[in-house]
Design a protein. Sequence first.
Length: 108
Amino acid sequence: MESDIEEVKLKLKEADQEHVLWFWDELEQNEKERLKKQIESIDFIQIKKRYEDSKKDEPFDSKAISPLKYKNSIKMSNEEKQKYIKIGENTVKRGEMAVVSMAGGQRY
């Protein structure tokens, strides 16, 4: 187990996340194994890239925004709600943006 942690330490060092193991020696063996698995499952380089990309100042065409007709989510069927959820998910997957304005207390 201790030799395996060296790979994890290297992965964390490359991502400037070494602090994640500050309390490693205080953990029980099962906690160490669980933390190690969690660290191995995380793509820190991808997260860092996404963070850096989020700081880019890209031009924005405000004329590309168009309003949707008012929809009352309380009156929607589950099928209709799922349809709009899918539209939103696909919009995000394409790297596009959607803006939603809601009155206080509303939820989908």
